[in-house]
Design a protein around this ligand. Structure first.
Ligand code: HEC
Ligand code: HEC
Ligand code: HEC
Ligand code: HEC
Length: 137
């Protein structure tokens, strides 16, 4: 009887571990762990007028073969010197103004839009309409 309950407990422990495992699928990069898919839901917006955007991070770098430097950058003398292994900051750490551009420094909204949209347009693939990225309008 005692042996049996231990076996049940062990099985339970494994089941819980498996569940926790799947809840936190993450891509390992040299820069750190990042969830495979996540809602960006940038806090800088405070109030959303459109629905937050679900982003397939791992799919973009692995399946769509988009280089880290297409999206992440650290500019030095006008050149993007970002490489995997460097710490990644949130876009809003530099693109701080939610709505207004300040010269070359785009607003948070335009930083996302001007990163995400031109590539889909050029590739004629991926979401291009507002509601394809913001499904609830
Ligand atoms: C390729 C994807 C993509 C397309 C297409 C797109 N957006 Fe966005 N947009 C984003 C992302 C990413 C954010 C940041 C969302 C977040 O924080 O979850 C954003 C943020 C916004 C925001 C600021 C946050 C808010 O809810 O107020 C507005 C406004 C917005 N988009 C409007 C639009 C409109 C209007 C269109 C169509 C003309 C559009 N977007 C098309 C990706 C897209
Ligand atoms: C197609 C665009 C895109 C590509 C390609 C991409 N990323 Fe990202 N990555 C993002 C976005 C967008 C975020 C969320 C940023 C935010 O919330 O401000 C992010 C977040 C991250 C984070 C988490 C940062 C944090 O503070 O939570 C890490 C780490 C990261 N990326 C590393 C990488 C590495 C390394 C590569 C290349 C192997 C890569 N990314 C490729 C767009 C991309
Ligand atoms: C360390 C600060 C910093 C971070 C973090 C950052 N940016 Fe930028 N970004 C800049 C600066 C500075 C420029 C202007 C560069 C220039 O002089 O042209 C810029 C330019 C851009 C541009 C226009 C030129 C280009 O490279 O395409 C886009 C789009 C952009 N950022 C999107 C993003 C997105 C999306 C993220 C997050 C995944 C992000 N940025 C994170 C500082 C940053
Ligand atoms: C340099 C190119 C590039 C950039 C930058 C890029 N994407 Fe994509 N995206 C793609 C490609 C390629 C596909 C695949 C389209 C297909 O095969 O149907 C895609 C597909 C998608 C899809 C559909 C789901 C999937 O992964 O197949 C979403 C949603 C999406 N992108 C959102 C975004 C958002 C949000 C950003 C900005 C944070 C972004 N993308 C930046 C190239 C890019």
């Amino acid at each position: 009887m005692k042996k049996c309950s231990i076996a049940v407990l062990m099985a339970l422990a494994f089941a819980v571990a498996a569940l926790v495992g799947t809840a936190a699928i993450a891509q390992d990069t040299k820069s750190g762990k990042v969830e495979d898919t996540f809602k960006i839901k940038e806090a800088a917006f405070k109030k959303f007028t459109k629905s937050p955007v679900e982003f397939t991070h791992k799919k973009h770098s692995v399946d769509h073969k988009v280089a880290c430097t297409e999206c992440h950058h650290v500019y030095k003398d006008g050149k993007n010197v970002f490489k995997d292994g460097d710490k990644v900051q949130k876009c809003s750490a530099c693109h701080t103004d939610p709505k207004k551009d300040h010269g070359k420094l785009l607003s948070t909204k335009n930083a996302f839009h001007k990163n995400c949209q031109p590539c889909h347009k050029a590739a004629k693939k991926g979401p291009r309409k507002c509601t394809e990225c913001h499904p609830k309008g």
